[in-house]
Design a protein around this ligand. Structure first.
Ligand code: CMC
Length: 443
């Protein structure tokens, strides 16, 4: 029988090494350290900027097969969950590992609901933001500020504390998000209403005006719930990696979720849905699509909402979002920007530039047009991503905390700077013109 090992010959020394292959295709990077030219040698290490081929953990939460376009949470296909489940149940599944029975579902829902209120001081704190503050910036800082309200959250090795902070975060993030939105609109904050569903309550906190009984439109409520399911987790993406990396210092989970939210803010990650709408508005009409695509192919632009580090096929979430977009349009009226999206997709999927690089629509390509039709301003789009992703971050964090193999995250580097130099008095340093060249590529 073939051995599950990798044989390496170090041509510098002629020595041979045998490294075990684990899990059907993984070698331990630390095994490379044994490959040395002398006892003093540090040993080999792998160089992998942006971790394109490095597994940082063993995880049981989310499975992606990027070539086949498969996404599963805890083994359940995303298509089934989007069709049959709801976000609260999916959050339970992601955090706890199994679907809840009736009793546990009711307890979980009630636990989340009772944690939707926030301390009045948080509200005052939010009032300090400028009227035009980006809601995602407000969310990053207020989530971080929550750690000062719950200092016991620092007990990260205490199971009950971890459970409590998880319920609090999943419950409170929508409230913070809605308050951030109301702040930008100069509207009074709407307090949580516990007889509504998770998404229904969120819509109420956002859009309720002077109605005696606010009833969210059930189709929009369900559409948002499905969008929340689709965004709940996505294994080791930039923000999950931030959550684990920051959390590995054993800081409290509020600080780590603030870091993860900050990671999500960027236009290459959760900020992409906002960037997609800005791009569609700039393109203006389907007839301008060929020119835009030309610019993308010339490297002047990126086609936002396209491409993915892991998916080299149609993102399964994008297929579901596209369907939801039309269900939403049936209620709200068609968002005319969808015509530009469809034309971009049509042209890109026929073009060798995109085909050869396996660039397909990702989840963000159709979410923006859907959110916009539902009445969300663009700045809220990344916030809408952060709310459901909180359950994924907490699951990733808890898995990391419990994993005996994990330690503080601390990558190596390949140092390419100067070797030892000695300080010289300022009058003996090179002329400014010569120095400018040396420092021009620094910050
Ligand atoms: N438009 C044009 N060209 C692209 C794009 C794009 N959107 N994405 C990748 N490419 C090209 C890239 O220029 C490169 O070409 P070449 O080999 O000639 O240099 C090749 O495809 C590989 O790209 P990469 O940058 O090495 O791929 P990556 O895995 O580092 O980046 C990505 C993944 C998602 C950051 C990238 O595809 C991108 O910038 N997409 C647009 C932003 C976006 O939609 N982000 C949302 C991602 S999904 C939701 C989430 O995770 O938050």
């Amino acid at each position: 029988m073939a051995k599950e090992t990798l044989s390496i010959t170090d041509n510098r020394t002629g020595k041979q090494y045998e490294i075990p292959i684990e899990e059907g295709g993984v070698i331990r990077a630390a095994a490379l350290r044994d490959i040395k030219t002398s006892a003093e040698d540090f040993g080999l290490m792998s160089y992998d900027p942006a971790f394109t081929n490095t597994a940082s953990c063993r995880s049981r939460i989310t499975f992606i097969d990027g070539d086949k376009g498969i996404l599963r949470y805890r083994g359940y296909p995303i298509e089934e969950l989007a069709e049959k489940s709801n976000y609260i149940e999916v959050a339970y599944l992601i955090v706890k590992g199994e679907l809840p029975d009736r009793k546990h579902y009711a307890a979980w829902e009630s636990n989340i609901t009772t944690h939707t209120m926030i301390h009045e001081n948080v509200k005052k704190f939010m009032e300090g933001f400028r009227y035009d503050a980006h809601p995602m910036g407000m969310l990053v800082s207020t989530i971080g500020a929550l750690s000062t309200f719950y200092p016991e959250a620092a007990q990260i090795n205490d199971l009950e504390s971890r459970r409590l902070q998880t319920r609090r975060l999943i419950g409170k993030v929508p409230t913070l998000a809605a308050f951030a939105y109301r702040h930008t609109r100069g509207l009074p904050y709407v307090y949580p209403q516990n007889d509504l569903s998770y998404t229904g309550n969120f819509l109420s906190m956002l859009f309720r005006m002077a109605e005696r009984d606010y009833k969210p439109n059930p189709i929009l409520e369900r559409a948002l719930d499905v969008l929340f399911i689709l965004h709940a987790d996505h294994e080791q993406n930039c923000s999950a990696n931030a959550m684990r990396s920051v959390g590995s210092s054993q800081v409290d989970p509020y600080s780590a979720v603030a870091a993860a939210t900050a990671a999500l803010y960027g236009p290459l990650h959760g900020g992409a849905n906002e960037a997609v709408i800005r791009m569609l508005v700039e393109i203006g009409s389907p007839k301008n699509v060929p020119d835009f695509i030309k610019g993308v192919k010339e490297g002047k632009r990126r086609l936002m909402g396209f491409g993915h580090r892991v998916y080299k096929n149609y993102d399964p979430r994008a297929k579901i979002v596209k369907k939801i977009a039309y269900e939403v349009f049936d209620v709200t009226g068609r968002n005319p920007l969808i015509d530009i999206s469809l034309e971009l997709e049509r042209i890109a999927l026929e073009d060798d530039y995109f085909v050869s690089r396996k660039l397909y629509p990702n989840v963000d390509f159709y979410t923006g047009v859907t959110y916009q039709a539902m009445g969300f301003p663009m700045e809220m789009f990344p916030v809408l991503f952060a709310i459901p992703r909180t359950s994924g971050w907490m699951a990733q964090w808890a898995e990391m905390v419990r994993d005996p193999e994990q330690k503080i995250a601390r990558p190596r580097q390949v140092y390419i700077g100067e070797q030892t130099r000695h300080w010289t008095p300022i009058e003996h340093r090179p002329e400014p013109t010569m120095r400018e060249d040396a420092v021009s590529d620094q910050i």
